[in-house]
Design a protein around this ligand. Structure first.
Ligand SMILES: *Cc1c(COP(=O)(O)O)cnc(C)c1O
Length: 349
């Protein structure tokens, strides 16, 4: 590893398309996907729907859009959805569910960021003209702010079964679902088919430049197309982008396992540092979140000190730092970053 290399662990969205992916984009068969179809987009939609155990899928420019279209499909203005307090839909999408669809979020605090049945069981509001209607349960897997934790399949099954029995729709923010798939060895379709709708991102660890898909029943996805247009997400020769996503699905899923190994190397560096605490204490996938002891300083100060040594991470709160591993970080880089974390943490503040 050369001295000048910057190790960028701010996010797995910093990944760039390689030569083969660019070649796939260059040679994609294209059409106008709004007035009729783009054959490459259509192929991607078929492939991802089948992978996730659903009838149909629709390609959109971002995970924010697939989530927001998903929420809108299941709810009417004034309806309420249940979600964990630290979820992306509530924290990082500008409250779009309220701005665009008039929805109310009922956020549920948890210790681990992973909802349990007992957290939600009493939360469905009875029919009453004084109250909003509880319509939908949203889960996130892996959980981003939860430090890449994997929501165990049995818990997800219990929650989805409970939701169905009680007339709630279910939506999965699976921006990093393939990380959970690779880490657990449980097929994507087993996770995906538990939900009425599933959003997955191609632009995170999978390494495509742009794009997400929303999967569901044929009827639901036909309706989603209508809302995608309203949100400005109807795209023309988007097969250029779909080709990259198809390449990613074919060639860049299994390698996520390396990212998980590298995240554990980083976590070991954190664990060796007295002024840092791994938070959560386990690393399930490609995200490492740790707390900086206030006696050392703040998270932004810690991140600045790392950046001065060519390791980039993201401050996630005043005291928390996030690092995400991805395909441009190999094992020597992960080891070097862990050593830099340890060295900086050992400074006498
Ligand atoms: C990145 C991400 C999204 C979608 O983000 P976009 O930047 O809009 O594609 C949604 N949920 C989670 C958990 C994410 O990490």
């Amino acid at each position: 590893m050369s001295k000048e290399t910057v190790i960028d662990l701010r996010s797995d969205t910093v990944t760039l398309p390689n030569r083969e992916m660019r070649q796939a984009m260059l040679s994609a068969e294209l059409g106008d996907d709004v007035i009729d179809v783009d054959p490459t987009v259509e192929r991607l939609q078929r492939v991802i729907a089948e992978r996730l155990g659903h009838e149909a899928a629709i390609f959109m420019p971002s995970g924010t859009m697939t989530n927001q279209v998903g929420l809108r499909l299941h709810c009417r203005p004034g309806d309420e959805f249940l979600c964990e307090e630290r979820c992306h839909i509530f924290n990082f999408e500008q409250g779009a569910f309220a701005q665009l669809s008039g929805l109310v979020a009922r956020t549920i605090p948890t210790e681990t960021a992973l909802l349990q049945l007992s957290d939600v069981q009493s939360l469905i509001r009875p029919p009453s003209e004084h109250m909003t209607r509880t319509r939908l349960l949203c889960l996130e897997n892996t959980h981003n702010l939860g430090g890449g934790r994997i929501h165990p399949l049995e818990t997800v099954q219990e929650l989805c079964q409970w939701a169905k029995q009680n007339g709630l729709a279910t939506h999965l923010d699976g921006a990093r679902l393939f990380n959970a798939v690779v880490a657990t060895g449980i097929e994507a379709s087993r996770w995906g088919s538990l939900f009425d709708s599933v959003s997955v991102c191609f632009s995170k660890g999978l390494g495509a430049p742009v794009g997400s898909a929303l999967c569901g029943s044929r009827d639901l996805i036909d309706e989603a197309r209508f809302h995608r247009k309203l949100f400005g997400g109807a795209m023309r020769q988007s097969g250029v982008l779909a080709a990259a996503a198809l390449y990613a699905l074919e060639h860049q899923v299994d390698r996520l396992e390396e990212d998980h190994r590298h995240a554990k190397i980083l976590a070991d560096g954190v664990l060796r540092s007295e002024s840092l605490t791994l938070d959560p204490s386990a690393v399930d996938s490609n995200i490492v979140i740790f707390k900086v002891d206030p006696n050392w300083g703040t998270a932004p100060e810690f991140v600045k000190a790392l950046a001065d040594r060519d390791v980039r991470m993201m401050p996630f709160s005043r005291h928390h730092v996030r690092a995400v591993t991805h395909m441009h970080v190999d094992e020597p880089m992960a080891k070097h970053a862990a050593a830099v974390v340890e060295a900086v943490a050992a400074w006498d503040a």
